[in-house]
Design a protein around this ligand. Sequence first.
Ligand code: ADP
Ligand code: MG
Length: 682
Amino acid sequence: MINNTYNYLLSDLKKLKGVGIKTYNILKKKKINNIFDLLWRLPKSYTDRSKSTKIKDLKIGEVQTITLVPYKYNFPRIRNLPNRIYCKDETGEMDCIFFNSYEGYIKKILPLNKEVTVSGKVGHFRNKYQITNPKYISKDASIIKDKHNKYSLTEGISENVYNKIINQILTNLPILDEWHDEHVLKKFDNISWNESIIQLHKPENVGKFKSNFYKRLAFDEILSTFLVHSQIRKNIKKIKKQQKFFKNESQKKLIDKLDFELTNDQKKSLNEINNDLKSNQKMFRLLQGDVGSGKTIVALCAAANVVNSGFQIAVMAPTEILAKQHYNLAKKIFDKNINLEILSSKTQYKEKKTIIKKLKEKQIDIIFGTHAIFQKKILFNKLGLIIIDEQHKFGVNQRKKLSDKGGDNCDVLLMSATPIPRTLTMTVYGDMDLSIIREKPKSRKEVKTYSKLETKIDEILRFIKKEIQNNNQIFWVCPLIEESKKLDHSSAVEKYKFLKNKFPNQVSLLHGKTENEDKEKILKDFLNQKTKILVSTTIIEVGIDFPNANVIIIENANKFGLSQLHQLRGRVGRGEKQSSCILLFKSSLTDNAKKRLNILKSSTDGFVISEEDMKLRGFGDILGFKQSGVKIFKLADPLHNNDLFELAEKEIKQMEKKNIKLSKYKTLMKLYDQADIIYDIV
Ligand code: ADP
Ligand code: MG
């Protein structure tokens, strides 16, 4: 059954032979909703068992291969309790767990005191790594290391069933009309989409990232993403808005009042924003800059101009504490005749009603708050600008909705403190215009970065004591042990108890389960220097400004990516004083860990660090983009396919310049970006 339509590819999985309700549900859970989605399941590239890992370097949630020695059995003989085999290598200990397995069998495959290699998904229980029902166990490590070449698969679906399903799809693959221009296709030796897919699924082609078929398919998805972006931009640019007229004098007055001079990048960004405000096209702009680069002041200057031109502004922050911080800053630097208000979940009903009324009657110029300021019942009289802080985790669709929210006359400015590599910026924010602040304020002293073994706790305590005597404050960050939604705070709680003992009345604790109200008080006390040490998990608000905190201690630093360490480090070094960042490690560093550390020590430029982070960890891991719902490619890789991203960008620019109709790419976009957004385009 060969046909020329893409409908087959978008059809439901139930249509396939061999997909029963069980398989169907498993695939659905994995967000595989149709046949097209299934084409990209190339599990062998995800399950790499070829590299051995030492116990101390295990990563929870990943399939890993470890050579270890079992040294003790625990067969509880109680129903529902698993058999547990205690194992170790020279770096640490872990358990292998078996449900429903006979002792005799276990003793045979995991004999005591004999080296054996196991492979499976690494989990965690009571502070210890474990693998439950290891997938492979062998005395011969090389046997396991070969396994990744096989077509092994998703939990619950057998290899056999999966092969049958895939073969069925490949036989029925429709021959699609080519969407690329000749000159583009030539770059991939003219290979068609269909042929590429067939090649992609040949076992002998595993890992051929440089082949024409692989590159073509990667380029398809990049181009599709960029086409969608281009279309969104075009649609937004089509909106004719009322121009905002304002005089630069009031802005100048505001800037003159600051006790610092704007950096060149701040000035440049502000200019770009001002030009957008004055134009008759709706602004849809991202202000990207590292932590502490000074985005807030740029946004507030823009807000002052918008007030000046007679419009209202909504400033949205991700947390109430941040909203309050922005509000306080605005109160400090704005003229008294600008009316500011803050709306929070704690705002009393009566007061809230007044605020709503005042907004409607334009007695409020700028309103600060969390997403609560976008509730349906809140109506603006003349909203002219929406400013959104620190929301680097919005997907394209959410952003599009935001941009629609304020109506045609409303400009949109997004701020992101996540410096990311250029290819990733093109992918994640390609629908927006971009202003970048790379330059840090000149007054900033560089944060000194050290690494220390956890065992040297006495040295660290002495250091802290001295800092406290000098009137300084300390962040102590503990990692989450479990990378799931059920956060595990035990390490933070323990550290808190430990430090409280050493520094009575000076330590406070903050974690994901801290009640909102307590949280606010804890942060306030820390801000007012009532407490000196703040122990927390990684939840310390990204944007919060604690100028007096100048030491950050990060425990188990090897559990964090470079970008995340950089972000954490960015929480200190905001004031005049010399700041330090101390990274704690459980054991001496591996070469890879040393490499990472050196990058961090040698650079304070978030863009450089994120680029290096991407090289070391792959792009999906950068600051949790994988979990964030922003688009992640199936094949394309912003690191290795740099050339394809550039090519796509060039092609799009040409198309935009020549105003080429996109109907030719209809199939491509419908398949690759099954988002609503494109349905009104093609
Ligand atoms: P972010 O870009 O992370 O949001 P903020 O806007 O919070 O950074 O600014 C961080 C700190 O730097 C604030 O205390 C702010 O007053 C200060 N700051 C901003 N711009 C400058 C500058 N040009 N020179 C000196 N300090 C600045
Ligand atoms: Mg900020």
